[in-house]
Design a protein around this ligand. Sequence first.
Ligand SMILES: Cc1cc2nc3c(=O)[nH]c(=O)nc-3n(C[C@H](O)[C@H](O)[C@H](O)COP(=O)(O)OP(=O)(O)OC[C@H]3O[C@@H](n4cnc5c(N)ncnc54)[C@H](O)[C@@H]3O)c2cc1C
Length: 411
Amino acid sequence: MSAQRTDATGTAAATTATAAGTTHRVVILGAGYAGMAAAVQLAARTRRGGAVQVTVVNAQERFTERLRLHMTATGQQVAELSIPEMLDGTGAQFVRGWVTAVDADARTVRIDDDRELPYDTLVYGLGSAADTARVPGADDHAFTLSGAQDAELLADRLGQLRGGTVVVVGTGLTGVESAAELAEQRPDLDVVLVGRTEPGATMNTRARTHLRGALDRLGVTVRAGADVVRVRPDAVELAGGERVAADVVLWTGGARVSPLAAVAGLEVDDRGRIVTDAALHSVSHPDVWAIGDAAAIRQGYGVMHGTCQGGMPTGVHAALSIDRVLRGKEPRPFRFGYYHTPVSLGRADAVVQFTHPDDSPRRISLTGRTAMRYKETVTASPWPTYGRMKKVPASGAFWPTGGHFTREVAR
Ligand SMILES: Cc1cc2nc3c(=O)[nH]c(=O)nc-3n(C[C@H](O)[C@H](O)[C@H](O)COP(=O)(O)OP(=O)(O)OC[C@H]3O[C@@H](n4cnc5c(N)ncnc54)[C@H](O)[C@@H]3O)c2cc1C
């Protein structure tokens, strides 16, 4: 859909609503990293006028720090962060519930207790989950780190084990962090990390070597170049027929998104993510803004992949844009460039790969305790950032825009 149609429907409708003195209802689905950023930013900017009502819908009242789920899974305590408390004073309403449907024509959202929420503008930030549909058996037999409940289930299961083998499937960064954490916290377990690529494959040689050295030091057995084709109750099966015995399988291979957007008739990509224009509107439904992992956002270097570092800026940008549109202005294009890949390797070690805006590795990286302190600072930063944005909305409106890497937006 062209930007012209976006202006004709989204901007005009919103401006008319506020000009007519009616309340413009913005419903934000998902209070993860991106949704919270959108909610706090928009509510803080619009609370004075009273012409905008922000409603945030999320499955739980407690904020899920996905970046710490491998810690939850290994029985470590993480902070209790309350979404309603963070929204307190912003004027935003919190609705606890599971979103079961979006009617994009009637502009309503259905919640699992049969409540129906009408909206004028929808911000869709329902995030992603581990893609257990990829191979047979993964859905039935593997644990995931998709949400806090999943991590707690895994913690319970691990608590029952006295020795045994945990197979972590997926040599991406979640797999690496999880394998390292498991091996460090539970030296009684054999941890096997299985996946197609070498762990740290996207890093420079120094960072990759450090990462591999840390996995070796922690006793993690790495099976790179292996394709898991089936998960069984007591093993994973590799292409070629070999079985790797497992008491517990943790699946971190790939991400999928909720089918809600596709079912609602929004234009989605081949992974179900809402396709956006440069400003983050849905290309098919300009009254819907898509943010975080649930959005397919094209930059000059390609479609963004799901991260917290990119997700929070998408939420802030959507909020700034909605505020602009409500004031009769054009939304601006979203630009974002990656700048780092911080990976924990247990609680005392980490590696931080600094990156070019297109996420390719720079020559600079950090390792060891310095990297761990850096990683912890980054992981802990979202919540205080929301707190600052409540008082000074502009404080959250800065992120690297990617220079020439994002000047040419392909779409
Ligand atoms: C172990 C682990 C480590 C990670 N480490 C990093 C890292 O170091 N750096 C980094 O940048 N990224 C990291 N990531 C990725 C990062 O967590 C995601 O990219 C980020 O959470 C995306 O933010 P989001 O707001 O789009 O979605 P989420 O944070 O997943 O939030 C989505 C919210 O929507 C809610 N929700 C979903 N469906 C429904 C529904 N139907 N009804 C109601 N509520 C619903 C969920 O409960 C959740 O609160 C990591 C992920 C994992 C699992």
